[in-house]
Design a protein around this ligand. Structure first.
Ligand code: ATP
Ligand code: MG
Length: 230
Protein backbone atom coordinates (compact mmCIF):
# COMPACT_ATOMS: atom_id res chain seq x y z
CA UNK A 1 0.00 0.00 0.00
CA UNK A 2 1.30 3.43 -0.91
CA UNK A 3 -0.14 6.72 0.24
CA UNK A 4 0.90 10.30 -0.37
CA UNK A 5 0.92 13.46 1.72
CA UNK A 6 -0.93 15.02 3.47
CA UNK A 7 -1.20 12.18 5.98
CA UNK A 8 -4.37 11.88 8.01
CA UNK A 9 -5.02 9.21 10.59
CA UNK A 10 -8.70 8.55 11.14
CA UNK A 11 -10.19 6.33 13.83
CA UNK A 12 -13.87 5.49 13.53
CA UNK A 13 -15.97 3.58 16.06
CA UNK A 14 -12.91 1.58 17.08
CA UNK A 15 -13.44 -1.48 19.28
CA UNK A 16 -10.70 -3.73 20.51
CA UNK A 17 -10.19 -6.74 22.76
CA UNK A 18 -7.21 -9.09 22.77
CA UNK A 19 -7.96 -12.49 21.19
CA UNK A 20 -7.36 -14.38 24.43
CA UNK A 21 -9.48 -12.06 26.55
CA UNK A 22 -13.03 -10.77 26.52
CA UNK A 23 -12.08 -7.54 28.27
CA UNK A 24 -13.00 -4.72 25.91
CA UNK A 25 -9.96 -2.39 25.88
CA UNK A 26 -11.24 0.16 23.33
CA UNK A 27 -14.97 0.88 23.03
CA UNK A 28 -16.27 2.91 20.11
CA UNK A 29 -13.41 5.40 19.98
CA UNK A 30 -13.41 8.18 17.38
CA UNK A 31 -10.40 10.39 16.66
CA UNK A 32 -8.94 12.28 13.74
CA UNK A 33 -5.29 13.31 13.62
CA UNK A 34 -4.35 15.62 10.79
CA UNK A 35 -1.02 16.13 9.09
CA UNK A 36 1.55 17.81 11.34
CA UNK A 37 -0.63 17.71 14.44
CA UNK A 38 0.94 17.21 17.88
CA UNK A 39 -1.33 15.14 20.07
CA UNK A 40 -0.88 13.84 23.60
CA UNK A 41 -2.67 10.73 24.85
CA UNK A 42 -3.04 10.48 28.61
CA UNK A 43 -4.59 7.85 30.79
CA UNK A 44 -3.99 5.61 33.78
CA UNK A 45 -1.82 2.54 33.61
CA UNK A 46 -3.76 -0.21 31.85
CA UNK A 47 -6.19 2.20 30.19
CA UNK A 48 -5.12 1.01 26.73
CA UNK A 49 -2.70 3.70 25.51
CA UNK A 50 -0.03 1.34 24.17
CA UNK A 51 -2.77 -0.83 22.69
CA UNK A 52 -4.17 2.22 20.89
CA UNK A 53 -0.66 3.01 19.59
CA UNK A 54 -0.35 -0.53 18.20
CA UNK A 55 -3.79 -0.21 16.58
CA UNK A 56 -2.80 3.10 14.97
CA UNK A 57 0.39 1.58 13.60
CA UNK A 58 -1.52 -1.44 12.34
CA UNK A 59 0.39 -3.92 14.50
CA UNK A 60 -2.99 -4.97 15.88
CA UNK A 61 -6.18 -5.49 13.91
CA UNK A 62 -9.32 -3.79 15.26
CA UNK A 63 -12.09 -6.02 16.61
CA UNK A 64 -14.52 -3.47 15.18
CA UNK A 65 -14.39 -0.11 13.44
CA UNK A 66 -11.58 1.37 11.40
CA UNK A 67 -8.11 2.84 11.83
CA UNK A 68 -6.95 4.33 8.55
CA UNK A 69 -4.12 6.34 7.07
CA UNK A 70 -5.43 8.35 4.14
CA UNK A 71 -8.50 6.09 4.00
CA UNK A 72 -6.46 2.86 3.91
CA UNK A 73 -6.68 0.53 6.89
CA UNK A 74 -3.36 0.52 8.72
CA UNK A 75 -3.32 -3.19 9.59
CA UNK A 76 -3.28 -3.96 5.86
CA UNK A 77 0.01 -2.11 5.27
CA UNK A 78 2.20 -4.88 6.70
CA UNK A 79 5.88 -3.97 6.82
CA UNK A 80 5.41 -0.95 4.57
CA UNK A 81 3.79 0.88 7.50
CA UNK A 82 7.33 1.66 8.67
CA UNK A 83 7.66 4.07 5.74
CA UNK A 84 4.89 6.14 7.32
CA UNK A 85 4.73 5.54 11.04
CA UNK A 86 7.72 5.28 13.39
CA UNK A 87 7.42 4.26 17.02
CA UNK A 88 9.71 4.86 19.94
CA UNK A 89 8.80 2.45 22.70
CA UNK A 90 9.24 3.10 26.37
CA UNK A 91 12.50 1.13 26.44
CA UNK A 92 13.84 1.79 22.94
CA UNK A 93 15.45 -1.20 21.31
CA UNK A 94 19.11 -0.85 20.39
CA UNK A 95 20.80 -3.49 18.25
CA UNK A 96 23.84 -5.28 19.63
CA UNK A 97 26.27 -3.66 17.19
CA UNK A 98 27.93 -0.26 16.66
CA UNK A 99 26.24 3.10 17.08
CA UNK A 100 26.76 3.60 13.33
CA UNK A 101 24.89 0.39 12.49
CA UNK A 102 22.13 1.26 14.90
CA UNK A 103 21.52 4.42 12.92
CA UNK A 104 22.09 2.92 9.46
CA UNK A 105 19.85 -0.14 9.71
CA UNK A 106 16.91 0.74 7.49
CA UNK A 107 18.68 3.96 6.50
CA UNK A 108 21.33 2.52 4.18
CA UNK A 109 21.45 5.60 1.98
CA UNK A 110 22.49 7.92 4.80
CA UNK A 111 26.00 9.35 4.42
CA UNK A 112 28.56 9.81 7.19
CA UNK A 113 27.63 13.48 7.20
CA UNK A 114 23.91 12.65 7.51
CA UNK A 115 24.67 10.50 10.56
CA UNK A 116 26.67 13.21 12.33
CA UNK A 117 24.04 15.82 11.42
CA UNK A 118 21.25 13.83 12.95
CA UNK A 119 23.30 13.09 16.07
CA UNK A 120 23.91 16.81 16.37
CA UNK A 121 20.20 17.55 16.04
CA UNK A 122 19.31 15.24 18.92
CA UNK A 123 22.18 16.53 21.07
CA UNK A 124 24.34 13.37 21.05
CA UNK A 125 27.15 14.48 18.74
CA UNK A 126 29.47 15.75 21.44
CA UNK A 127 29.01 12.72 23.66
CA UNK A 128 29.74 10.30 20.80
CA UNK A 129 32.74 12.34 19.58
CA UNK A 130 34.15 11.92 23.07
CA UNK A 131 34.00 8.11 22.87
CA UNK A 132 37.39 6.60 21.85
CA UNK A 133 35.84 4.76 18.90
CA UNK A 134 33.18 7.38 18.21
CA UNK A 135 30.37 5.98 16.02
CA UNK A 136 32.11 2.60 15.89
CA UNK A 137 31.60 2.09 19.61
CA UNK A 138 29.53 -0.99 20.33
CA UNK A 139 26.26 -0.07 22.01
CA UNK A 140 26.86 -3.06 24.25
CA UNK A 141 29.64 -1.00 25.79
CA UNK A 142 28.05 2.35 25.14
CA UNK A 143 24.77 1.03 26.50
CA UNK A 144 26.33 1.24 29.91
CA UNK A 145 27.04 4.91 29.29
CA UNK A 146 23.70 5.72 27.69
CA UNK A 147 21.14 7.15 30.07
CA UNK A 148 17.44 6.59 29.43
CA UNK A 149 17.18 9.99 27.76
CA UNK A 150 20.22 9.34 25.58
CA UNK A 151 18.81 6.03 24.41
CA UNK A 152 15.63 7.84 23.44
CA UNK A 153 17.67 10.42 21.57
CA UNK A 154 19.43 7.66 19.63
CA UNK A 155 16.06 6.11 18.80
CA UNK A 156 14.81 9.54 17.74
CA UNK A 157 17.94 10.03 15.56
CA UNK A 158 17.18 6.73 13.81
CA UNK A 159 13.60 7.80 13.09
CA UNK A 160 14.64 11.28 11.96
CA UNK A 161 17.00 9.67 9.41
CA UNK A 162 14.13 7.58 8.16
CA UNK A 163 12.09 10.75 7.75
CA UNK A 164 8.65 9.26 8.39
CA UNK A 165 5.67 11.63 8.54
CA UNK A 166 4.08 10.20 11.69
CA UNK A 167 5.88 9.44 14.94
CA UNK A 168 4.50 7.74 18.04
CA UNK A 169 6.35 8.13 21.31
CA UNK A 170 5.18 5.71 23.99
CA UNK A 171 6.14 7.29 27.32
CA UNK A 172 9.55 8.47 26.17
CA UNK A 173 10.22 10.40 29.34
CA UNK A 174 8.96 8.07 32.04
CA UNK A 175 12.33 7.65 33.75
CA UNK A 176 13.48 11.26 33.50
CA UNK A 177 13.54 14.17 35.91
CA UNK A 178 11.22 17.09 35.02
CA UNK A 179 13.96 19.38 33.64
CA UNK A 180 15.48 16.71 31.37
CA UNK A 181 11.99 15.65 30.39
CA UNK A 182 11.01 19.17 29.38
CA UNK A 183 14.21 19.51 27.31
CA UNK A 184 13.63 16.19 25.58
CA UNK A 185 10.04 17.13 24.75
CA UNK A 186 11.20 20.45 23.35
CA UNK A 187 13.79 18.59 21.23
CA UNK A 188 11.10 16.27 19.93
CA UNK A 189 8.70 19.11 19.11
CA UNK A 190 11.38 21.19 17.37
CA UNK A 191 12.80 18.28 15.43
CA UNK A 192 9.39 17.00 14.40
CA UNK A 193 8.04 20.22 12.96
CA UNK A 194 5.66 19.51 10.12
CA UNK A 195 5.40 15.89 11.21
CA UNK A 196 2.58 14.31 13.13
CA UNK A 197 3.49 13.49 16.72
CA UNK A 198 1.45 11.16 18.92
CA UNK A 199 2.87 11.31 22.39
CA UNK A 200 1.71 8.86 25.07
CA UNK A 201 2.39 9.96 28.61
CA UNK A 202 1.46 9.79 32.27
CA UNK A 203 2.90 13.22 32.95
CA UNK A 204 1.43 16.68 32.54
CA UNK A 205 4.82 18.16 31.71
CA UNK A 206 5.04 19.72 28.23
CA UNK A 207 1.35 19.46 27.38
CA UNK A 208 1.09 23.16 26.58
CA UNK A 209 3.25 22.47 23.52
CA UNK A 210 0.66 20.08 22.10
CA UNK A 211 -2.23 20.91 19.75
CA UNK A 212 -4.59 18.33 21.19
CA UNK A 213 -4.74 16.39 24.44
CA UNK A 214 -6.93 13.33 24.87
CA UNK A 215 -7.69 11.20 27.91
CA UNK A 216 -8.29 7.51 27.54
CA UNK A 217 -10.57 6.04 30.18
CA UNK A 218 -12.75 2.92 30.07
CA UNK A 219 -11.84 2.44 26.42
CA UNK A 220 -13.21 5.82 25.41
CA UNK A 221 -12.01 9.32 24.89
CA UNK A 222 -13.22 11.03 28.04
CA UNK A 223 -12.17 14.56 27.32
CA UNK A 224 -10.26 16.26 24.60
CA UNK A 225 -9.34 19.72 23.63
CA UNK A 226 -6.74 22.38 23.28
CA UNK A 227 -4.30 22.14 26.22
CA UNK A 228 -4.80 25.82 27.02
CA UNK A 229 -8.45 25.07 27.77
CA UNK A 230 -7.73 22.31 30.29
P1 ATP B 1 0.68 1.71 30.88
O1 ATP B 1 0.40 3.15 31.16
O2 ATP B 1 0.93 0.91 32.12
O3 ATP B 1 1.73 1.51 29.82
P2 ATP B 1 -1.42 1.30 28.90
O4 ATP B 1 -2.43 2.37 29.01
O5 ATP B 1 -0.40 1.42 27.82
O6 ATP B 1 -0.72 1.10 30.32
P3 ATP B 1 -2.02 -1.24 27.64
O7 ATP B 1 -0.65 -1.77 27.66
O8 ATP B 1 -2.57 -0.78 26.35
O9 ATP B 1 -2.22 -0.07 28.73
O10 ATP B 1 -2.97 -2.37 28.23
C1 ATP B 1 -4.37 -2.20 28.31
C2 ATP B 1 -4.98 -3.49 28.86
O11 ATP B 1 -4.78 -4.55 27.95
C3 ATP B 1 -4.39 -3.94 30.17
O12 ATP B 1 -5.44 -4.42 30.98
C4 ATP B 1 -3.45 -5.05 29.78
O13 ATP B 1 -3.32 -6.00 30.80
C5 ATP B 1 -4.12 -5.64 28.57
N1 ATP B 1 -3.15 -6.20 27.61
C6 ATP B 1 -2.06 -5.56 27.11
N2 ATP B 1 -1.42 -6.34 26.22
C7 ATP B 1 -2.09 -7.51 26.18
C8 ATP B 1 -1.92 -8.74 25.45
N3 ATP B 1 -0.93 -8.90 24.58
N4 ATP B 1 -2.82 -9.72 25.67
C9 ATP B 1 -3.86 -9.56 26.53
N5 ATP B 1 -4.06 -8.43 27.24
C10 ATP B 1 -3.21 -7.42 27.07
MG1 MG C 1 1.70 1.52 27.85
Amino acid sequence: LKVTAPFTVEIKHLDFHYADSNKQIIKGLDLKIVNGEKIAILGRSGSGKSTLASLIRGDLRPSGGIVSLNHKKTYLFGDTISDYIGVIHQAPYLFNTTIRNNLSIGNEKASEQDLWDVLDRVGLKKMILDLPEKMDTLVDEAGLRFSGGERHRLALARILLKNVPIIILDEPTVSLDPVTEQKLIETFITELQGKTLIWITHHLQGLSLMDQVIFLEDGKLQMSGNPQEL
